[in-house]
Design a protein around this ligand. Structure first.
Ligand code: ADP
Length: 334
């Protein structure tokens, strides 16, 4: 048996103040070693209030000192944020299906085994609680919120969970961005990817959010008509100016899927986003038809991407492209 095991076992007897599980089990303590009779350990205290940090340090030290042969113990606290990446979902205007795309791409990624959470920053119309049927008010400790778990493996935080239903939020600019930041800086635990459903448009709130939280990339959602009105182009511009890569464009409500035969007709025309993406040199991530099933499942709080029918397919394809962008496979060496 190596020297480490008794130290880690001792650290694991100390409960994590957030999860209640042992420090090793919950991932806070991962390194410990014995130098003669001195035990050294590193404990990650990210997200903890100062009081909790101090209590944890002394509890960890006491646990180490209880190990036979240890006469001195040093506990190094680190507050390194876990390597969590944010992907923003944006649109030039409201009603194009941005929230629907954000929710369903998140669900599809969770089904692929990714640890994904969702922040609904759409202050003007926070729709994620309805899309996920998750209306509970989030718990908080020391003013830091806990995301609300959902049935589809995607924890969410939304302004809609914090305000009374039907009440509009009158905040503007910095105040809104400040409130929204608390949703991002929450106890996201081992969540590796946060999908950030931005408010529609290209105002101060959007700019502040992307400058502050630096998404690794953005997906722009538009309808075929929206592109003609250049709203989507403005959204693309916002990310270019902030130096955030646009992962690609999604065309939503592109053609109408007949609920009887599945045939897709094009009352609004389609292909606009793909042509626009090409003209701008941006990837095109996929096209989602206007489908009655997508709307009814969304309204019922069961994201269509959680199913296995035709309504799930376009969201899954987009999620796979996003995943490939985020986790490129290493190029062959020869
Ligand atoms: P946004 O976030 O851009 O304001 P939403 O995602 O809230 O838009 O969508 C607006 C409405 O359109 C919702 O009722 C939603 O269910 C519906 N919707 C979105 N995409 C589709 C689609 N592809 N087919 C049918 N209905 C859709």
């Amino acid at each position: 048996m190596s020297d480490r095991d008794p130290l880690l076992s001792a650290l694991d007897t100390v409960p994590d103040p957030v999860t209640g599980k042992g420090l090793v089990t919950s991932g806070r303590a991962s390194a410990a070693r014995l130098e003669g009779s001195r035990a050294d350990a590193i404990v990650d205290v990210a997200g903890l209030a100062a009081g909790d940090r101090a209590a944890l340090e002394s509890a960890a030290r006491a646990a180490l000192l209880a190990v036979p042969g240890v006469t001195e113990a040093r506990v190094l606290l680190t507050a390194d944020r876990p390597a969590r990446r944010i992907v923003a979902i944006a649109s030039g205007k409201g009603g194009v299906g941005k929230s629907t795309v954000a929710a369903n791409v998140a669900v599809a990624l969770a089904r692929m085994g990714r640890k994904v959470g969702l922040v609904d920053a759409d202050i003007y119309g926070p729709s994620q609680p309805r899309l996920f049927d998750a209306h509970d008010r989030p718990d908080a400790k020391d003013k830091i919120m806990f995301p609300v778990p959902t049935r589809w493996g995607v924890p969410i935080l939304s302004m809609g969970q914090l305000i009374e239903p039907g009440k509009a939020i009158a905040w503007r600019g910095p105040m809104a961005a400040g409130a929204l930041s608390q949703l991002v800086d929450a106890h996201w635990g081992d969540t590796e990817l946060l999908i950030l459903d931005l408010p529609p448009g290209t105002g101060d709130v959007q700019l502040t959010m992307i400058q502050k939280h630096r998404p690794v990339g953005a997906i722009i959602v538009s309808t075929p008509q929206d592109l003609a009105l250049i709203d989507a182009t403005r959204a693309i511009d916002l990310f270019f100016k902030a130096d955030i890569p646009v992962i690609g464009l999604v065309e939503n409500m592109a053609g109408y899927a007949c609920p009887h035969c599945g045939e897709i007709s094009d009352p609004f025309g389609q292909g606009g986003a793909e042509a626009e993406a090409q003209a701008l040199g941006l990837p095109f991530l996929g096209r989602i038809p206007l489908a009655r099933g997508i709307r009814s499942a969304s309204d019922a709080g069961t994201p269509p991407a959680a199913g296995d029918d035709a309504d799930a397919a376009p969201f899954r394809a987009i999620a796979e492209r996003l995943d490939a962008w985020l986790n490129p496979s290493p190029s062959p060496v020869f």
